[in-house]
Write a protein that binds this ligand. Structure first.
Ligand code: HEC
Length: 147
């Protein structure tokens, strides 16, 4: 083979080999989910139960979780300032307070009320919380005291 032929050969190896390799390695992502129809979609449906089964499994998991469990997930954003056990740090200690104490204070912050000198910090924290989030978090924080 001449030098020219070898580089032509190598070029084709990459030009054909790389896309083939890519397709095999990205079963779903590579073809993008929109391109995953026919057999590809059936395979995916068989493996996962399909879109509806996934959605209902997620809804079931949420329905089974107790408020305190849901609150634990929502509290993850509070740990940096209030501690994993509510012992306080940047923010005041929450341990020892009742759920309704906590809920009442969160509602005040959410309404933009000033409680202490650093209330502005909590305005932004509570802005993204739903009423359910605040109730769940309050249940979870109350559970610190009984540990
Ligand atoms: C960036 C730090 C920070 C984060 C994150 C944060 N807080 Fe706070 N938190 C504070 C500070 C500071 C105060 C005191 C505010 C004041 O002066 O009114 C406070 C006050 C509170 C209070 C009132 C406590 C009391 O007894 O007066 C509650 C309840 C509270 N936070 C709950 C939460 C919850 C729930 C989250 C998570 C969704 C959260 N905080 C996230 C810093 C933070």
């Amino acid at each position: 083979m001449s030098k020219g032929n070898i580089s032509l050969f190598l070029f084709f190896c990459f030009a054909i080999g790389l896309p083939l390799w890519g397709m095999q390695n990205n079963k779903y992502e590579g073809e993008s989910i929109h391109g995953c129809t026919g057999e590809c979609y059936e395979n995916w449906e068989q493996e996962t139960g399909g879109v509806i089964a996934l959605a209902s499994a997620q809804a079931e998991a949420r329905a089974v979780a107790s408020p305190a469990e849901l609150g634990q997930a929502a509290y993850s954003g509070c740990i940096a300032c209030h501690g994993s056990g509510g012992e306080g740090g940047v923010g005041p200690a929450l341990v020892g307070q009742t759920g309704s104490d906590i809920y009442g204070k969160l509602v005040q912050y959410k309404n933009g009320e000033t409680r202490g000198a650093q209330s502005a910090l909590m305005w932004s924290q509570s802005a993204t919380l739903s009423d359910d989030d605040m109730k769940n978090i309050s249940e979870y924080v109350e559970s610190f005291s009984v540990r």
